[in-house]
Every structure is written in structure tokens, then in C-alpha cells.
Design a protein around this ligand. Structure first.
Ligand code: ZN
Length: 457
């Protein structure tokens, strides 16, 4: 019997597709599509962990690669098909199994969309804080296997910090069930962390126990303008001290980003500053939070730290401010062709890095522009790089950007992973010893190398 036939007889005919029935949607992620030769063998759509295990056991015996797929909203090609692979989509595993309000946990299957996890937490009067632009389409299993970041990392951490338990299936079909609900569990290795952020190369996540938090009831938001970049660092320190644990966002937009983002929108502040910060605080005291937040902004204005500011007075104004930051998605379309980067640099050195990178780019491409924004407090810088050369010299720009990141001991991937897109540059941010250890772990867990081959390394 062929592999596809044995999968069909094990899972049911409607759960295994081949040829044109696989569908265009499974051929790539938001940014990267499979090449003409990367034709997958089949698409499997298991309904539970046992079926995931069956698919992996059959593929392992046959030595056929498996590419796990979630919502396909990634930006580095981690879920892109490889030639002859079985695509393993978790999208039918959509059960929310339990909300435990006392433990502060939610147990979910890997195919639940992020937004549905957020809503289930909200219905229970709690908060699941992971939040990224693709919330409606991305699946929680993908969020975990890529260790997603987003806008609230500053307060709640990356996806990794929000997980207490994991169930995952190894390359040979072995099911590792570790659905721990306890905050403290030091009984030897924390193996769940192996599956988080390993982009489907060490196992397929099938279920998870996630942490829930008290739901904030107030949101205070302001946009601040700065004419000296170093003042932003001072303002960040002051905001952390003043707001304590309630500081929930500190998004920074450099002038070239802000000026483009407000085109065709209400423009809350003039476009002549050096950079802008969207600051947000989420609290639990409706009587005092707004005033406390307002006092921070007022004092910063008084002291000349901030040159101009607007505090949102309604939900509508809050949304208007966030729309400017969230214009990154439309900007990347508008600027096309453009290099799109997600890197980390120690927070206090970010502006010096931006200046250095800009001068390196200009030396090679006169008129080159780095359009920067990002989660400054998380040390995470996003950049669009525009140059006039055609055809667009993407790889040459990568070399300049990642070369500069290497020289500044930064990371070539802050929150988007490595996938296919950044694998040539992994050694810019990881030592040979680190990479050798990663490969040994991979060899131990998947000796035949069937899980998502060609990704990361
Ligand atoms: Zn981001």
C-alpha cells in the first residue's frame, strides 16, 4: 500500500488530500511560497493527537518528510512545503478543553485560533495576553512552535513565558504528554521548552496549558513626540518606575515611519519630531489609573523630556493611535519592493545601531532609507529598507543589515523565527558551539531528520 493510501485508511479518506486537492493556501505563508519543485505528497488533517501520532509513525517508517502547518501567517517560511512532504495541518484540532480559573490556566488544542483563545479567556473574566496582528488567522500551535512575540511582551513575556504544559508528538509518533498546570515544577528538565520556538523541527505540538492573568479594566494610551532620541530612554525608565507593572506597551516609531503612517489619517502630532512613542498602561483601578497615567505625561512635558503629546480620551482615539502603529502592514505593501527586518539590539544602543546601519546602507546605495519602528522596551527593532537598485538586491541588503547586527551582538530574529528566510545568517547570532548543540538535540529527537527538513539550519 502507498503511504497516502495507508494514511487514508488510518484517518479516513476526507482527512488526507493529494494533488490539486491540497489547495493553494497550503503552499506557503504570508510572505514565502513554495518553489515550483517543492510539490508536497499529501495534506493530512488529523482530528486528535492519536491521529497526529499515526501520521508521524507512518511517515517515519517510510522516511517521508513532514511539514507541520498552523494558520500559515508566519513571515519566514517555516511552514512552506518541501518536495515530497506530507503537510500536517492542525487546523481541525480546535477544542478548548478546559478553563481553570483557580489555577489561572486554559487547556487548548493546537488548532485553536489565537483570537478564540483570547475570547475564551475573556469569557471567563481573565486575560490571555499573547497578541499579534494575525490573531484572527494564526493558530495557537503555530504561535508556540515559533515562540511568537507581539505588542505585550514588555509586560507578559513571549509565548514561551505563557506556557505551563505541552503535549507534543515526536518524529516517530511517540506522544509526550506534559500538560502541567503548576507554576512551580522543577522535576528535572523542562522538556516543553524544546518544542516552543523550534519551528516544528523537534516535534509537533498538539495541546497546551496556557497561563491566564487578571483582566485589566482600564487602558490609558498616549502618543509622545521626541526631538532627541536619548530622551526616549529616559522616558522609558521613568515610565517603568511610575507605572510599575501596569506599563503594557512602549512602541517606538522613527520619523520616516510615522510620517508615512499618518498619510491619509488623522494626524495627532506634527511630523517634525525625531521619533514617537505610543505608550500604554493597563490597570485595575478606574478611579485613579487615568490620572496617574496623565501625571506621567504631564511631568514629562513639563521637564522637556517629551516635546508634544496627546492622550487618548476615548476608545475611538485609542484605536486611532494604534492604527498608526499598525499601519506597518499596509506600509510594507505600499513600499514594495522593500527589505523587511525583525532584529534585536540591546535597548540602550538601538538608536546608535540605526544611525550606523543607515550610514552603511547609504555608502552602498545613495538615497537608501531605513524606515524603523518596533517594540523598543523589548529590544526589538522592525525595519523596512528601501533602495533604488533594480532588480531589488534583497540578499545584498540582508548582508549589510545582518552584518551590522552581528557587529552589534544583536539577534537576526527577534520574534519571527528563522524558517527558510534567515537560515543563511543563523551563525551571525549564534556561536558554532550553540549551533552544534542544536543539531545534536535535533539528531537525538529526530534521527531520520523527517521533521520540517531544511528549516532553521
Ligand atoms: Zn513585532
Amino acid at each position: 500500500m502507498s503511504l497516502v493510501d495507508s494514511l487514508r485508511s488510518a484517518l479516513g479518506a476526507d482527512s488526507v488530500r493529494s494533488g490539486a486537492d491540497i489547495g493553494a493556501r497550503h503552499q506557503g505563508d504570508w510572505l514565502i511560497k513554495a518553489g515550483p519543485d517543492d510539490i508536497p505528497l499529501a495534506l493530512a488533517l488529523p482530528r486528535d493527537t492519536a491521529q497526529v501520532s499515526t501520521v508521524l509513525r507512518h511517515c517515519h517508517e517510510a522516511g517521508v518528510p513532514v511539514v507541520p502547518q498552523g494558520g500559515l501567517t508566519g513571515l519566514t517560511g517555516g511552514a512552506v512545503p518541501v518536495r515530497g512532504a506530507v503537510l500536517l495541518s492542525l487546523e481541525r484540532m480546535r477544542a478548548i478543553e478546559e478553563v481553570d480559573a483557580i489555577a489561572g490556566t486554559i487547556t487548548v488544542q493546537a488548532g485553536v485560533p489565537l483570537q478564540i483563545v483570547q475570547e475564551a479567556a475573556d469569557d471567563a473574566g481573565l486575560l490571555f495576553p499573547l497578541d499579534i496582528g494575525g490573531r484572527g488567522s494564526c493558530l495557537i500551535g503555530g504561535n508556540l512552535s515559533t515562540n511568537a512575540g507581539g505588542n505585550r511582551v514588555l509586560r507578559y513575556g513571549m509565548a514561551r513565558e505563557l506556557v505551563l504544559g505541552i503535549e507534543a508528538v515526536l518524529a516517530d509518533g511517540t506522544v509526550i504528554t506534559s500538560l502541567n498546570k503548576m507554576l512551580k515544577n522543577n522535576a528535572a528538565y523542562d522538556v516543553k521548552q524544546l518544542f516552543i520556538g523550534s519551528e516544528g523541527t523537534l516535534g509537533v505540538i498538539t495541546r497546551a496549558v496556557l497561563r491566564l492573568f487578571p483582566k485589566p479594566v482600564t487602558t490609558s494610551t498616549a502618543l509622545c513626540a521626541f526631538t532627541e532620541f536619548d530622551r526616549i530612554y529616559d522616558f522609558l525608565r521613568r515610565a517603568r518606575a511610575h507605572l510599575g507593572g501596569t506599563l503594557s506597551a512602549f512602541e517606538t516609531m522613527w520619523q520616516p515611519f510615522y510620517a508615512r503612517a499618518v498619510e491619509g489619517r488623522t494626524q495627532p502630532l506634527a511630523t517634525d519630531a525625531i521619533a514617537y512613542v505610543l505608550i500604554e498602561s493597563m490597570g485595575t483601578d478606574p478611579a485613579r489609573d487615568g490620572e496617574h497615567f496623565g501625571a506621567l505625561i504631564e511631568k514629562a512635558l513639563e521637564d522637556g523630556l517629551v516635546t508634544d503629546a496627546v492622550v487618548a480620551q476615548s476608545m475611538k482615539e485609542t484605536k486611532q493611535l494604534w492604527d498608526i502603529r499598525d499601519a506597518s502592514g499596509e506600509l510594507v505593501q505600499k513600499l514594495n519592493p522593500v527589505g523587511n527586518y525583525d532584529v534585536s539590539i540591546a535597548t540602550g544602543r538601538i538608536q546608535a545601531f540605526v544611525l550606523e546601519l543607515s550610514s552603511r546602507l547609504a555608502a552602498r546605495w545613495p538615497g537608501a532609507e531605513a524606515i524603523c519602528f518596533g517594540h523598543l522596551a523589548d529590544s526589538n527593532l522592525h525595519m523596512f529598507v528601501k533602495v533604488d537598485e533594480r532588480p531589488f538586491p534583497e540578499h545584498a541588503i540582508d548582508e549589510v543589515v545582518y552584518g551590522c547586527v552581528r557587529d552589534w551582538q544583536g539577534s537576526i530574529s527577534a520574534e519571527h523565527g528563522i524558517g527558510l528566510l534567515k537560515k543563511d545568517f543563523l551563525d551571525y547570532s549564534r556561536t558554532p558551539e550553540e549551533i552544534a548543540l542544536m543539531k545534536r538535540v535535533r539528531l537525538a529527537m529526530d534521527p531520520k531528520g523527517i521533521l520540517n527538513p531544511g528549516k532553521i539550519f
